[in-house]
Ligand binder design. Structure first.
Ligand SMILES: [Zn+2]
Length: 406
């Protein structure tokens, strides 16, 4: 049933207010009790009660005093990130990672595997089970403090049944219910597409803590978007939206695995950029990349190193990447009119080489450029954003008071 028609009991109000205080401290902390009362509009005695409850539950900590000049200096509070732990799992097309995180979320311990679901589903699943137990063993002293498992996936998912849906670029032959492989200790499992998880992470710990309408444009192995509308991740009616990578930007472009032609992903996903770099070395007389490609395959960090050394082929490829990303950002802004766009995924590591080009594309092509001025940011979380995003899914449910822990 839609929660539109569900009322609040007094106990719900209690949880809601605690949730509000935790959310505020997580996003804007440290804050004093006076700050909390002022921002929430709750009375000082109510805030005192909530804070006392959360302090005795070890969920808050006092972290010094405010540097106000006159009078008694108020004590500052922040959320205790070590109160609980989260297991984060991120699948990529090339493998997966399992990590133990605190509520930062910060990665405390991780296991990375190069077995991919795409190439070797059965072995990858056995490895997943093994690495998951390995992480649980590491966390053995704190098992009862683990809130749940967050999973981010570069493809379509059915979050309700913890199932990765079959998809030609990630999981070819069948959909996959992960509960069987992660059944130890019966922890709750939450799942999201990686761009959504990364988007969520930016709202908890990154550039978008205060954003209500934001687009996270993820350009990595694949290209997709996490869309935040009125403070909530928007996925669409069938929960399969946000697929900006599969919007066509060229009617006569190459056929994509999805069946469409000239998909944005075919031009700016990192594997496609590297393919272009490889091809460019065939024609380049001499290039840093030519040497690399003759020794081993070109990887994205080679392009960045080349660009840093002034290698013209590397600079040219990155400039082109900037153009395609710019076009993607223009399309996203024209569609959603967000207050902020965050460019993330591996491409964000090339910020210094692409930012000028992206800005220029926006200046030339954005529809209402005279009237709107969305902030453009580059994610600072590098390759780990989707793993941290997986942890943020659980953090999000925890702070909403849905895990019954406060
Ligand atoms: Zn496509």
């Amino acid at each position: 049933m839609s929660d539109l028609w569900v009322g609040d009991n007094l106990s719900d109000v209690k949880v809601k207010n605690r949730s509000l205080v935790l959310r505020l401290l997580k996003k804007k902390g440290p804050l004093s009790r006076i700050d909390l009362a002022r921002i929430t509009g709750l009375t000082q005695p109510t805030i005192t009660n909530i804070v006392n409850d959360l302090l005795s539950a070890n969920l808050l900590q006092e972290v010094g005093v405010s540097d106000t000049k006159a009078g008694r200096k108020p004590i500052l509070l922040s959320m205790n990130d070590q109160a609980f732990y989260i297991i984060a799992i991120n699948f990529t097309r090339r493998g997966f990672s399992v990590a133990l995180c605190d509520l930062g979320p910060t990665i405390l311990f991780r296991r990375d595997s190069s077995y991919s679901l795409l190439e070797n589903t059965e072995i990858a699943l056995l490895e997943l089970q093994k690495e998951f137990i390995h992480v649980l063993e590491y966390a053995t002293q704190s098992l009862r403090l683990i809130l749940g498992i967050g999973i981010s996936v570069p493809g379509p998912v059915d979050a309700d049944s913890c199932t990765i849906l079959a998809h030609p670029t990630f999981l070819k032959h069948r959909s996959l219910d992960l509960r069987f492989y992660l059944r130890e200790y019966d922890l709750p499992i939450f799942m999201m597409p990686d761009a959504d998880a990364a988007c969520l992470h930016e709202t908890w710990s990154g550039e978008a803590r205060e954003a209500q309408n934001m687009v996270y444009f993820m350009v990595g192995e694949g290209v997709g978007a996490g869309i935040l509308i009125d403070g909530k991740i928007y996925r669409g009616h069938h929960r399969q939206g946000g697929e900006i990578g599969h919007t066509s930007i060229n009617l006569f472009g190459p056929r994509c695995v999805c069946g469409n032609y000239g998909c944005l992903e075919s031009y700016c996903s990192i594997p496609n950029v590297l393919k272009k770099a490889q091809e460019a070395t065939w024609f380049a007389e001499s290039s840093y990349l030519k040497d690399i490609s003759s020794q081993r395959g070109i990887e994205f960090h080679h392009l960045l190193e080349g660009a840093k050394m002034g290698d013209s082929t590397s600079l040219q490829i990155l400039n082109q990447l900037g153009q395609y990303i710019g076009v993607g950002v223009v399309n996203l802004i024209n569609l959603y009119d967000p207050e902020m766009v965050i460019i993330g995924g591996e491409a964000a590591l090339a910020q210094e080489f692409i930012a000028g080009t992206v800005d220029q594309v926006l200046e030339e092509r954005l529809l209402y450029r005279e009237y709107i001025n969305p902030r453009l940011r580059y994610s600072r979380w590098g390759r780990d954003v989707a793993l941290l995003g997986a942890a943020s899914i659980v953090l999000d449910h925890f702070i909403a008071g849905e895990l019954g822990r406060f």
